[in-house]
Write a protein that binds this ligand. Structure first.
Ligand SMILES: [Zn+2]
Length: 175
């Protein structure tokens, strides 16, 4: 419960701002190499679904540490309440990143989709806590707009780092 003062660019909105909802699955998330567009996932799930919920937070934090070190810590909640459209959120005043693990109809969301949502919310965190880290003085936050140019710049940067890291890992696995 960290209610520090915050120099919000939108004065007057003193209450918790929950602006980080991701309303639709990200189009860039692909389900996997051989996956047909299945409506319901099979009972015996592939290994990438086997990670227990309790292990997701440490896994995501470990992954993030390899691509970016946040100057300001955040709380992470892998929430098991089933949602239909909302994938996650960032709660600015609490510095809380929340990712919803379960889809109302489809059950557990795929690991990489969850990680993608995690990065999205972390980008919101970075946007607020260290906006200058991405050398974007011209990219101010536009009031009323959910995602600023700075946000997309940050998200693009950390996703790029993750992709590069995975390519390196894949190259290292080649015989
Ligand atoms: Zn967002």
């Amino acid at each position: 419960m960290d209610h520090t003062q915050h120099s919000s660019p939108t004065p007057g909105r003193r209450t918790e701002i929950h602006d980080g909802d991701v309303l639709t699955p990200h189009p860039e998330v692909v389900a996997g190499p051989s996956s047909a567009p299945s409506i319901r996932r099979p009972a015996q799930l592939p290994s990438r679904f086997d990670v227990p919920v309790s292990a997701l937070a440490p896994l995501f934090r470990t992954r993030l540490e390899r691509i970016y070190r946040c100057r300001v810590a955040f709380d992470l909640d892998l929430n098991t309440r089933a949602t239909t459209r909302v994938l996650g959120g960032y709660y600015k005043t609490r510095r809380l990143v929340r990712v919803y693990v379960n889809d109302t109809e489809l059950g557990r969301r795929p690991l990489e989709e969850l990680f993608d949502t995690f990065l999205h919310e972390v980008a919101h965190h970075l946007e607020y806590t260290e906006p200058t880290s991405f050398s974007a003085r011209a990219c101010g936050r536009v009031p009323g707009r959910m995602h600023s140019r700075l946000f997309w710049k940050i998200l693009g940067e950390i996703k790029y780092r993750w992709v590069i890291l995975q390519r390196q890992a894949a190259a290292a696995r080649q015989p």
